[in-house]
Every structure is written in C-alpha cells, then in structure tokens.
Design a protein around this ligand. Structure first.
Ligand code: HEC
Length: 220
C-alpha cells in the first residue's frame, strides 16, 4: 500500500510541472487552439461574438435585434454623462484623451506603481474623484452607461491586455488563472468546466459560450 502511494506521488509530480512553466503567451496559444480544434468551422476572429459564434439560431436572433439595438439609449445616456462638465470645468475627456479612437481595448491593465489591476470602470471613478466629483456606484447605472459609451467608441479595436514583466503583475495574472480553473461551490465546478470543456453544449435551455473572446462584449 505504501509503495502504491509513493508511486502515485511520483506520478502526480510528473503530471503537474506544466503548470509552473506556463507563461501568458503559451497559455494564450493553448487556449486558442483548444477552441479552434473544438470548433474548426469558426474563424478565430469570430469567437469575440460569444455564443453567436457557435450557434446559428442564436446568431440569427442577434443579427435581427441589431437592426434596432435595444441598448442604444444607454450608449447615448453614457455619451451625455461623458460630455457633462465637472464642477471644475473639466470632463471625462481630460482623463480619456484617446476616447475617440477607443480605450476599452487596453483594459484591464496592470499599474506597476500601485501594484493593482486597473479596470475601465475603476478609471471612470478615479476620473470623477480626481476631479472632486462623487464616484458612481459599481456595476449598473451611470458607470455602466459611461463604460458602454467608451466600449462602443472602441468597437473594432483588438483587445490588447499587456502583462508587464513584473512579479506582482504575474502574480495577479496567476490569481485570475487559478480563479478560472478552480472548482468551487456546492456543485464543485469551475468556470472552465462550463466555458472551456463544455463550450457549445447545452445546460438546460442555454448554450455554453466558449471562453475565448469572453471579455470583449462588456458591459452588457
Ligand atoms: C454551470 C455552468 C457555468 C459556470 C460554472 C459558469 N458559467 Fe458563465 N455562463 C453560463 C451560462 C449558461 C451562460 C449564458 C450563456 C452563455 O453565454 O454562455 C454564461 C454566461 C457567461 C458570460 C457571458 C458571455 C457573453 O458572451 O455574454 C461570461 C463572460 C461568463 N459566463 C463567464 C463565466 C466565468 C468567469 C465563470 C467562473 C467564475 C463562469 N462563467 C462560470 C454557465 C456557467
């Protein structure tokens, strides 16, 4: 019995060293090829469309409602807020000078000075507080409208997440990676169980979207 346990330990040691060696670049390569092998008929650039990239009926519905997009009203609310002057006479454009060319594609990013991951929403609120304004609440309402406007202005740009060669940045990356693959909850499942291993399969009435391209469509 003891012998078997030792053999098992050796086996586990042989089976796991891949994890330590992985770099963001090799992770990306592996992640992409997992999905391009799973869905050889889907062009790699189309995964940004989430579940619509892998299910024709859902895609047809989406293309239909894009004719009269129900979200446009929120984008114009975001535009109004974006252009509204702060009490000090400045506006969001002072914090996001490149907003016309799009800024959403650069988030999330790592700020080496503070050692923190910075999100677009975090920078929206930082702009407010830096200018003596009250920050918005998180998740919905004004912050989502301004985020939607900035994301809309960034349509067509390629998401470009930079991970600086920095210990704290790599640690943040690895925490995110662990979060994605870690099993949790009463059902003991991970994000990856649904959006990596079972992409394209049904879970009751829902079709599980492939995780490749997931971050491009936000806010929703
Ligand atoms: C039990 C299966 C399951 C698990 C586990 C799960 N999801 Fe989902 N998720 C779904 C379903 C179903 C939807 C709605 C259909 C779709 O777009 O995939 C969804 C939607 C999403 C979307 C929106 C996709 C889009 O294009 O709008 C994202 C992003 C997402 N999940 C990320 C995650 C992350 C990150 C985790 C882990 C923290 C996770 N999911 C865990 C089932 C799951």
């Amino acid at each position: 019995m003891k012998k078997n346990l030792a053999a098992l330990t050796v086996l586990l040691m042989i089976a796991t060293p891949m994890v330590a060696q992985a770099s963001p670049e090799s992770d990306l390569k592996e992640f992409r090829s997992h999905f391009t092998n799973m869905f050889p008929e889907v062009p790699v650039d189309d995964f940004i469309n989430g579940v619509y990239s892998v299910d024709e009926a859902s895609r047809a519905q989406w293309e239909d409602f894009e004719e009269f997009p129900p979200y446009e009203i929120y984008i114009s609310k975001g535009e109004d807020l974006f252009n509204k002057k702060f009490a000090n006479g400045k506006s969001f454009a002072h914090c996001f000078p490149d907003y016309r060319q799009g800024v959403r594609q650069n988030y999330p990013k790592f700020d080496t000075a503070s050692g923190e991951v910075v999100t677009l929403e975090g920078d929206i609120n930082k702009c407010l507080t830096d200018n003596g304004e009250k920050p918005y609440g998180w998740k919905k309402g004004k912050i989502a409208y301004v985020g939607a406007y900035l994301a809309y202005m960034s349509r067509g740009n390629k998401l470009d997440v930079n991970i600086p060669d920095d210990e704290a940045a790599m640690a943040a990356y690895n925490r995110g990676k662990k979060h994605f693959y870690a099993k949790r909850g009463q059902l003991n499942i991970s994000c990856a169980d649904c959006h990596y291993n079972n992409a394209g399969n049904r879970i009751r009435a829902d079709i599980l979207s492939p995780a490749l391209g997931h971050p491009t469509g936000f806010p929703v």
